[in-house]
Design a protein around this ligand. Structure first.
Ligand code: Z15
Length: 791
């Protein structure tokens, strides 16, 4: 049977026997689910094969512990990795269904906030493509990241409920359940120590297979869901308390109810600590059970198990592993600590002080009374071995998760070259002096299957036609495009791909948001979480200043530009929400100005998520990566844009530094202070005010905002923003404005030379091969995990 015939048969079978429909009566969701099941069957075969091979080989396994997995939709990922795109399109067409419409019916699983969660998802896909035996462990949140809409320009949050729609990808594992305890007391009988928790909930496993390129391998994402041990209190029911009878279940489920919506800020809330322990304890129990079944001797644990902590969120893994080995399995404390360290490694994702997790010791001790004792013991053991006793993890009545993670890990890694160097000289300076070989760099990457092959089929097609399909799992082969770039015929085709992608995005914005834009404009895109350090306000200030200048001289030869924004603000981050509102208010005024209309438009697309990124990135001409130097640990959106042929306007921050080195300085619009200059400038008294006085354009933009030009009748609406910028301006928006302005005018000039611009864009694509997450994962395997591919 041909692949198309076989796919058709399986879809029809699933429509009939899984969903009880024939093609005549199937609704869109039935088609989406039947296609998903047909694809899932093929994934499952690869998955079961890979599981068997892993077991038989006795190889070391990798476990990636993360509070977030921002996986997005999975159907297209499965189809693309199994190379079934043409077949799926053909079958759906036979039944009069549109492929894109069926794909978009899938809920977008937003079990993460931003970069950290999306990185975890790219890593899982690369681990499968490479054939490294691995599991991802996370939480099966009932509600992922909130949905965002705008009301009068303001962000409004609605709960997200991805599980409400049918979802094809998970396998419930009722046989895999563990009891997880909280609170209670610690009991000592001579040498033996026992923790007796007061509250116990059950963690139940749900598995999602993660398929790699060409279906050669599949790993597992195992997510834990909270449930009560005795779901129903019959005693209360029998006494007439019907609502109370269901309470234990409601309480237990609270643990996995909702994802905390803060990116790079910690709230220190008790439920969050419960979630962290719930994930970690369930994962470790599962890892030890699997190890025990296969190997038994706990001393071999570090040879067979590599556990990666995605940020400090699962840092309780150190003390928990010691507790199990020492309290429950009877190994000595010292040996338990050595075994745990042999297994654990930790990735740091930020140097922002507000993101470094610390817990109040009273709260911590109440929830995890045995763990806080063990942390003290870890701390004093570490101090004994390293007499200077610097950098304690137990100061100021706090538990410091960064220090704990560092001490309990055999390797600690940063996520870009600059970030890793800054780790050594700032937060981890003292610990780095004690352990100079522990910190290593693993620059982030993105999976080219999702972020080029699937999301940009036109460009992928041109590339494959030019250099073959080897680039898909060997992205450095994109270098082979460089000779083609000299060929004007080829370059015109490259430029045509971008034009087609822009037209497609314009059409979509028109039909879904009523936003009508000219696809000939320069599409200038800033999409990422809202944060002061990411400086969306620098972007809108420059836009306002530019608008004022066009109005001064409307007949000049301006480069038409569309400023596109997307991103969510944490619900409690009021300054970030004000920035969103300012952008929307400025858009309303500027978009309505007939004088500037041919040259400038602004759009903030609501509810930015993985699927929207997949639409926007292929259509971008320019990538905004304008964080205050030293603040963005890496960035990964920056890589996706470069790969898809959008040059960067950016600072020397995070992975921008490495992107510029790879694509060439002449293909990157650099501006702004370096991380060192930033630290110096902060010491200059009145730096912001001085910068405002020195640049009349900046002054004018701030005046327009302060005078209520974008908030008619309410000039004070943005005084919080203007006062901050002219005052403390911690993120140096004003100090970097003038150079940002200059870089943007260079962009205007460069964009006018269509051919030169296309060349710059194509060179960004050809030289971005290094930013594949396959390269990143190979780095972790070799430098940190000691793991091997089984392919
Ligand atoms: C998050 O998305 C990141 C860091 C964090 O500490 C938290 Cl809590 C969330 C981001 C970084 O801001 C970004 O620069 C980096 O590329 C990403 O993690 C993945 O490493």
């Amino acid at each position: 049977m041909s692949p198309t015939a076989s796919l058709r048969e399986s879809i029809i079978q699933h429509l009939r026997y899984s969903f009880g429909k024939d093609p005549e009566h199937a609704i869109l969701e039935d088609w989406r689910m039947a296609l998903s099941y047909a694809v899932r069957d093929r994934i499952t075969d690869a998955w079961i094969g890979a599981t068997g091979k892993t077991y038989d080989s006795g190889a070391k396994r990798v476990y990636y512990l993360s509070m977030e997995f921002l996986i997005g939709r999975l159907l297209e990922d499965g189809i693309v990795n199994l190379e079934l795109v043409d077949e799926a399109k053909a079958v759906l067409e036979e039944f009069g269904k549109d492929y894109g419409t069926v794909l978009s019916d899938e809920p977008d699983a937003a079990l993460g906030n931003g970069g950290l969660g999306r990185l975890a998802a790219c890593f899982l896909e690369s681990l499968s493509t490479i054939g490294c035996p691995a599991h991802g462990y996370g939480i099966r949140y009932e509600h992922g990241l909130f949905r965002q809409s705008f009301v009068d320009g303001r962000q409004v949050e609605q709960p997200e409920h991805w599980l409400e729609q049918r979802h094809a990808w998970e396998f419930e594992r009722p046989e895999v359940r563990y009891r997880i305890g909280f609170g209670g007391h610690v009991d000592r009988r001579g040498e033996t120590v026992r923790w007796y928790p007061a509250e116990v909930v059950e963690a139940e496993a749900f598995d999602t297979p993660v398929i790699g390129w060409k279906g050669r391998w599949a790993n597992t994402l195992r997510l834990w869901s909270g449930r009560a041990i005795h779901p129903f209190d019959l005693d209360r029911f029998n006494h007439g308390d019907f609502a109370g009878a269901a309470q234990p279940e409601a309480l237990a489920r609270t643990i996995s109810r909702v994802l905390y919506p803060d990116d790079t800020t910690e709230q220190g809330k008790e439920l969050r600590l419960k979630q962290e322990y719930f994930l970690t304890a369930a994962a470790l129990r599962d890892i030890l059970r699997r190890f025990n079944n296969q190997f038994g001797d706990l001393r071999k644990l570090p040879a067979k198990v590599a556990i990666q902590l995605n940020d400090t969120h699962p840092a309780i893994a150190g003390p928990e592993l010691i507790r199990v080995l020492h309290d429950e399995r009877g190994l000595s404390f010292e040996e338990s600590m050595e075994i745990a360290r042999g297994c654990l490694s930790y990735t740091n994702h930020t140097l922002l002080p507000e993101a470094l997790e610390t817990w109040d010791e009273t709260l911590f001790g109440r929830l995890l009374p045995r763990h806080i004792e063990l942390i003290d013991q870890i701390d004093s053991t570490h101090a004994k071995q390293n007499p200077s006793r610097m950098n304690s993890m137990r100061a100021d009545h706090q538990v410091k998760m960064g220090q704990l993670s560092f001490v309990m890990a055999h390797h600690v890694n940063g996520v870009s070259a600059l970030h890793t160097e800054l780790m050594k000289t700032t937060v981890f300076e003292e610990l780095h002096t004690l352990h100079p070989d522990r910190i290593v760099n693993e620059t982030n990457g993105v999976t080219p299957r999702r972020w080029l092959l699937a999301c940009n089929p036109r460009l992928a097609g041109l590339i494959t036609e030019s250099i073959g399909e080897g680039w898909v799992d060997d992205l450095e082969q994109l270098k082979g495009l460089e000779p083609f770039i000299e060929d004007t015929g080829w370059l015109d085709r490259y430029a045509q791909v971008k034009r087609d992608n822009k037209a497609e995005l314009s059409n979509w914005m028109g039909t879904t948001h009523g936003l009508h834009v000219d696809p000939e404009m320069l599409f200038d895109v800033q999409i990422k979480r809202l944060h002061e350090y990411k400086r969306q306000h620098l972007n809108i200030l420059e836009t306002i200043a530019h608008w004022a200048e066009i109005r001064d001289n409307p007949t000049a030869d301006w480069t038409p530009r569309l400023k596109l924004f997307g991103g969510k603000a944490a619900p409690g981050y009021f300054f970030a929400k004000d920035i969103i509102r300012l952008i929307n208010d400025a858009a309303a005024v500027i978009n309505a100005d007939p004088v500037t209309a041919p040259y400038l438009k602004i759009a903030f697309l609501p509810n930015y998520n993985v699927s929207l990124a997949e639409r926007m990135i292929p259509a971008a001409d320019l990538s905004e990566q304008i964080s205050t130097a030293g603040k963005e640990a890496s960035g990964t959106g920056n890589m996706k844009f470069a790969l898809n042929g959008a040059p960067t306007v950016g600072t020397l921050d995070g992975a921008n530094v490495e992107i510029r080195e790879h694509v060439g300085a002449e293909n990157f619009f650099l501006f702004g202070m370096t991380a060192e200059e930033v630290m110096e400038r902060r010491k200059v008294e009145g730096h912001a005010w001085k910068a405002v006085q020195a640049d009349p354009r900046l002054k004018r933009a701030l005046d327009l905002i302060r005078d209520g030009r974008f908030s008619p009748g309410e000039p004070e609406r943005y005084h919080g923003i203007t006062a901050n910028l002219e005052g403390a301006d911690y993120f140096l928006v004003c100090s970097d404005f003038t150079d940002y302005w200059r870089a943007q005018r260079e962009v205007d000039t460069a964009f006018k030379d269509t051919r030169a611009w296309a060349k710059m864009a194509a060179l960004n694509t050809a030289r971005s091969g290094w930013f594949s997450s396959d390269r990143t994962i190979r780095g972790y395997m070799a430098d940190i995990w000691g793991a091997q591919s089984l392919l």
